[in-house]
Design a protein around this ligand. Structure first.
Ligand code: SDX
Length: 427
């Protein structure tokens, strides 16, 4: 079926375009040559436009399927861990025990930041948003990078450095905003334990964090590791298409993630719960969310691609309940409110008809809050977890012989050409 064609007729002409076959999901009509006929395709928001080919992640939004390199997310969440998932996303296959140990060793050796970077934190007020600090510090990390991104081994090493160092930066962002001294990374702890240790330990040699809480954190990382061509990953690819420094491209991705329509939804969801305040106000806020004239939306609900339950949300919901039980927070008013809102929204015909289900970030925000993490850190933690996805997509993009500079066109609706009048003649 390699020579299937799609035809498009307009203005007494018929154009033919090749149809490209997908392994799973929709095939794609290759319209690269459409511009030769003097017209462009128009798709603001990319509802129907594939921007690249990829072998990393597959989503079937109608069926609620998410595969990393072909493996279902629930199997990875229950039978694997974040380090294995990082290896899988970067290398295409799950590691065996020896490969896993070698990978963890490489990561553990790279957690420390260049000492000069520690001075940069002093430039930020204590009340700066941790996402501002993260974007600046990851951008700054590009200044210390000596890997050659043109060399495949250099690209891989760049990914290892980022996966290892972003948790250190993230934990330091937290401690800076809390006015606490930094705690250095520890190579004897797992990836998630080390992160919780750098965030919360009183001393460098404090006991390791509770393994159940570390497991919950590892699951948050695993469920956020990659998600196809979302806004931040597309930003990383687009910035990378110019040949820019890959670490600077990841900083661009972190900036794109921050918005409340994307990764900032977890913080926005918790702020929304505080805004609603009590269970008796849920109905009136639901009415506001349904009113097209009211800008209020239910944060943590809805998704561009999933028109069925986000499979990550199902797993995150379970983890959320486990953590709430473990820390004894089920009776906390804000968590009771969250569960009440979830129940009412799932029964409400507006949300049911528009298929607006709670997404992964509704539950990840509640879970992190129960772990004692302030809401301003939620998107930082999402960025930490998504780093492997961004790096894997950047490597795939830069290694693709079809890769070109990303340069969209536009439908111009402004003034036609006109002459500049001398200033005295302008009304
Ligand atoms: C992430 O893309 C990814 O993969 C992202 C992500 C990842 O892992 O990378 O999964 C992470 O970004 C999760 C999404 C987090 N965002 C939120 O939780 C914010 C709240 N959600 C919405 O803003 C919204 O649902 C979006 C942005 C997520 C998706 O929006 P779309 O696809 O652009 O859909 P839309 O805005 O056009 O909405 C369609 C309809 C509209 O009503 P109508 O004009 O048809 O009457 O649904 C309504 C919207 O008003 N709607 C909502 C709603 N979301 C959509 N109404 C109330 N509350 C909401 N949350």
């Amino acid at each position: 079926m390699a020579d299937r064609k799609a035809s498009l007729s307009f203005d007494q002409q018929t154009l033919e375009f090749p149809v490209l076959n997908a392994t799973l999901g929709p095939d794609v009509i290759d319209i690269k040559s459409l511009g030769n006929a003097g017209v462009f395709a128009f798709d603001p928001g990319f509802y129907s436009t594939a921007s690249c080919t990829s072998k990393i992640t597959f989503i079937d939004g109608d069926k609620g399927v998410l595969l990393y390199r072909g493996y279902p997310i629930d199997q990875l969440a229950y039978h694997s861990d974040y380090m294995e998932v990082c290896y899988l996303l970067l290398n295409g296959e799950l590691p065996d025990a020896q490969e896993k140990n070698a990978f963890i060793k490489e990561i553990n050796q790279a957690h420390e930041l260049p000492p000069k970077m520690l001075h940069l934190f002093k430039g930020f007020d204590q009340d700066a948003h941790p996402m501002s600090i993260l974007i600046a510090l990851v951008g700054a990390l590009s200044a210390f990078d000596s890997k050659n991104p043109k060399d495949p081994a250099g690209r891989y090493q760049m990914a290892i450095e980022l996966i290892a160092k972003i948790p250190t930066i993230a934990a330091m962002c937290y401690r800076h905003t809390q006015g606490l001294a930094f705690i250095p990374p520890r190579a004897d702890l797992s990836y998630a334990e080390n992160f919780l240790h750098m965030m919360f330990a009183e001393e460098a040699d404090s006991p390791a964090p509770d393994p159940i809480l570390a497991r919950a954190m590892d699951r948050i990382f695993t469920l956020h590791a990659d998600h196809e061509q979302n806004a931040s990953t597309s930003t990383v690819r687009m910035a990378g298409s110019t040949g820019a420094n890959p670490i600077a491209c990841i900083a661009a991705g972190i900036a794109a993630l921050w918005g409340p329509a994307h990764g900032g939804a977890n913080e926005a969801a918790l702020n929304m719960l505080h805004q609603i305040g009590s269970e008796d106000k849920v109905e009136s806020y639901l009415e506001r969310a349904k009113d097209p004239k009211d800008p209020f939306l239910l944060m943590g609900f809805g998704h561009r691609v999933y028109k069925n339950y986000d499979p990550r949300a199902k797993i995150m919901r379970e983890t959320c309940h486990e953590v709430l039980d473990l820390v004894g927070a089920k009776e906390d008013p804000i968590f009771k409110l969250a569960l009440h809102l979830e129940k009412i929204a799932l029964e409400d015909s507006y949300f049911v008809e528009k298929k607006l289900y709670p997404n992964v970030d509704f539950y990840s925000g509640i879970t992190q809050s129960a772990l004692g993490i302030p809401s301003t850190m939620f998107t930082v933690i999402f960025a930490l977890a998504r780093t492997v996805g961004w790096a894997s997509n950047w490597i795939e993009m830069i290694s693709d012989p079809q890769q070109r500079l990303s340069r969209p066109r536009q439908l111009y609706t402004g003034e036609k050409e006109r002459a500049v009048k001398p200033i005295a003649e302008r009304a």
